[in-house]
Design a protein around this ligand. Structure first.
Ligand SMILES: *Cc1c(COP(=O)(O)O)cnc(C)c1O
Length: 421
């Protein structure tokens, strides 16, 4: 089939050799998926998930039993008191903005102890001037950068915490930066340090791309809120839209009042017929995340073997599904993305081009031929056109598809003479 689909014999051979060495890694990923599958299953059973929960509601959505079951299932799986999981949350950035705005008041400050946050959050916070930002509402921002070795700068964090500090925002995944992704345990140590200084400071974790990669989430290590997008890991590829905020009763209530309106909170929000997709997607999410992880591990080993700097490195443990590959030239970055695009089930015939995306500072090229538009738990690759031309690759609903996408990317680089095999 690989020959029929145009993959060069050299690329097939090198891929076969790489994959042979990955059996142990893959079985560890399967173990984690097994654990997480049972976590999700037991939450569904505990909350007596039933056919009636799949019914669509419209209008106000008072007493929406499907929505309530979904939120209980998320809360139990992520071991939090409460959860807000809604199709009305339009994306990860929206979920994070809701979480940030809901828990601070004018005059407060927030602190990022892990360096600059994800590009779109910079506008939410007002690091880059933006209409409606936290800054416009009189909420200050401080940042403690990571140390040169990638660790937390505890002294910098201590001095960044002042009497006005209300919330600390911790991004688990590296996003579009060159740093490490933090494990839930490491995040737990950071949270313990912060709570040791001031126990009333709220700790929010941007958990995007991290769900189900480990057996535990940052909410099990003291986070007051974890936040993410349903068109990434926890939607399992089936959720067509949505975001989640899981955390303490108090935080989730604040978020619900912000998302709907004061006085209404979690009581409104019709499910619009999305319950089957959101529930079934959550059920599939542990194994879908495992497929994406295997794809990332395969890619890291393949490209590192060819002399590229990859991040995380081939052998490194993983705490999110993103794989960065330093491609060093715009030609390679574009070719990689074209290869991924051409391997997609949807829109395989189109050519991705760099564009100025809302919320991002540099032109970004994105390859995404997904069933859910823009979904990045599906095979997708993107990167901002700036040095060192990192491609950030993620997703793969199934490992065979993810592997094929990576092979296709390498094949295109090879055929364009951008890499030697
Ligand atoms: C994807 C992502 C976001 C934003 O999510 P969108 O759904 O793209 O708005 C925020 N933070 C991190 C770390 C992400 O990976």
């Amino acid at each position: 089939m690989y020959s029929e689909l145009g993959i060069s014999p050299e690329v097939q051979e090198i891929s076969r050799k790489i994959e042979e060495k990955l059996a142990d890694r893959f079985s560890k990923i399967d173990r984690t998926a097994e654990h997480n599958q049972l976590k999700v299953l037991s939450s569904m059973q505990k909350n007596r998930l039933q056919e009636g929960h799949f019914a669509a509601t419209t209008g106000y959505g008072y007493n929406d039993s499907g929505r309530e079951a979904l939120e209980r299932i998320y809360a139990d799986t992520f071991r939090t008191e409460a959860a807000l999981v809604r199709p009305q949350i339009t994306c990860g950035t929206h979920a994070l903005a809701v979480a940030l705005f809901s828990c601070v008041r004018p005059g407060d400050e927030i602190l990022s102890p892990v360096g600059a946050p994800y590009d779109t959050l910079q506008e939410v916070i007002g690091i880059r001037p933006s209409k409606g930002s936290l800054k416009e509402w009189g909420i200050g921002y401080r940042q403690a950068d990571l140390l040169p070795d990638g660790g937390f700068d505890y002294e910098g964090i201590r001095s960044g915490i002042g009497p006005k500090t209300r919330l600390v925002t911790i991004q688990r995944s590296k996003g579009y930066s060159d740093r490490r992704t933090f494990s839930p345990q490491e995040i737990g140590e950071l949270i313990a340090f912060i709570k040791g200084i001031r126990p009333d400071i709220l700790c929010m974790v941007d958990n995007c791309y991290g769900e189900f990669v480990c057996e535990h989430e940052p909410s099990e290590y003291g986070a007051d809120m974890i936040v993410g997008s349903l068109i990434k890991n926890p939607g399992g590829g089936l959720a067509p839209v949505g975001g989640y905020i899981c955390g303490t009763e108090e935080c989730v209530a604040q978020c619900a009042y912000r998302l709907s309106a004061p006085g209404l909170g979690q009581e409104v929000g019709a499910n619009l017929g999305q319950m089957p997709a959101l529930l079934q997607g959550f059920f599939l999410a542990p194994t879908v995340t495992a497929a994406a992880l295997k794809t990332a591990v395969f890619a890291a080993n393949l490209y590192e073997g060819l002399g590229f700097s990859v991040h995380p490195s081939a052998q490194a443990p993983r705490y999110d599904i993103i794989q960065a590959i330093r491609l060093e030239t715009p030609e390679r970055l574009c070719a990689f993305c074209e290869g991924i695009q051409s391997a997609s089930p949807v829109d395989s015939f189109v050519t991705p081009e760099p564009w100025d995306m809302p919320g991002y500072d540099d032109p970004v090229i994105m390859a995404s031929g997904s069933f859910v538009s823009g979904s990045s738990i599906e095979l997708s690759a993107d990167g901002p056109l700036r040095e060192p031309y990192n491609v950030y690759f993620q997703g793969g609903l199934t490992y065979p598809h993810g592997k094929f996408g990576i092979m296709k990317s390498l094949d295109l680089l090879y055929k364009r003479n951008l890499v030697k095999l």
